[in-house]
Structures are given as C-alpha cells and as structure tokens.
Design a protein around this ligand. Structure first.
Ligand code: 5GP
Ligand code: ZN
Length: 114
C-alpha cells in the first residue's frame, strides 16, 4: 500500500536496520525499542492486521513464527525467554496498519501488559 510505512520499508523507500530477510518475511529493529531486543517481524505483502489474514496466507504466519524462533536463538534470548506480540486494532494498541509481530527480550517482561 502506497501510504504504509512498513510497505515503504519493504520497498527500501524508508531506511531500517534489517536483521533478517527472505522472499516473504522482513525483520528489522523497532525505531523506539521497549527492551534490549525489540525486533519487528512482518510479511512483505501488505496485510492490514491479524484480522485480515486470508486462508491462503496462513503459511506466511508459520514463516513468521519460524523467523521469530530463529531470531530469538540468533539474538541470544531463546534460553532466558522472550515475548512475541501482535497488537490488533485500536484498543489492542496497533499503531501501524501493516501486520507485525514484536519480538521482545533481554529483560524481564511484566505481565499483564498495560
Ligand atoms: P504497534 O503499536 O502498531 O504494535 O507497533 C508499531 C511499532 O512500530 C512501534 O513499536 C513503533 O516504535 C514502530 N515504528 C513506527 N514507525 C517506525 C519506523 O519508521 N521504523 C521502525 N523501525 N519502527 C517503527
Ligand atoms: Zn503495508
């Protein structure tokens, strides 16, 4: 989508600190990190939110989970633990309308969230 900042990051029209990329998935550092490790994992194709995942896109969600696990190992947070979060909609805290998962770790993460 032309006015979507994450689509612009995928297209290279906006800069990002990439940590992983393949044909379908991109992962990059969050611009405003909430933990020592804070990576955003997104599908390259524009999907507005978790509510907009089509049946045929479900393998993409698997690919995102595989990426999250691999990055958790690579970034050294797999053993101590981490959090994989999707915020959906206004009350869910979603501020960018392109499906993304936060991979957070490197400190103790409180529960429940605010
Ligand atoms: P949400 O609140 O939608 O779950 O998460 C959006 C996340 O995107 C926030 O954590 C915010 O810091 C991050 N973010 C917003 N704009 C940019 C940007 O231009 N670049 C990067 N790397 N992260 C962004
Ligand atoms: Zn987009």
């Amino acid at each position: 989508m032309s006015d979507c900042i994450f689509c612009k990051i995928v297209a290279g029209e906006l800069p990002s600190k990439k940590v992983y990329e393949d044909e379908e998935v991109l992962a990059f550092e969050d611009i405003s990190p909430a933990a020592p490790v804070h990576v955003l994992i997104i599908p390259k194709v524009h999907i507005a939110s978790a509510l907009h995942v089509a049946e045929e896109q479900l393998p993409l969600i698997g690919a995102i989970h595989r990426t999250a696990g691999q990055l958790a190992r690579d970034l050294g947070i797999a053993e101590k633990g981490f959090r994989l979060v999707n915020n959906c909609g206004n009350e869910g805290g979603q501020t960018v309308d392109h499906l993304h998962y936060h991979l957070l770790g490197g400190r103790h993460l409180g529960w429940p969230p605010g």
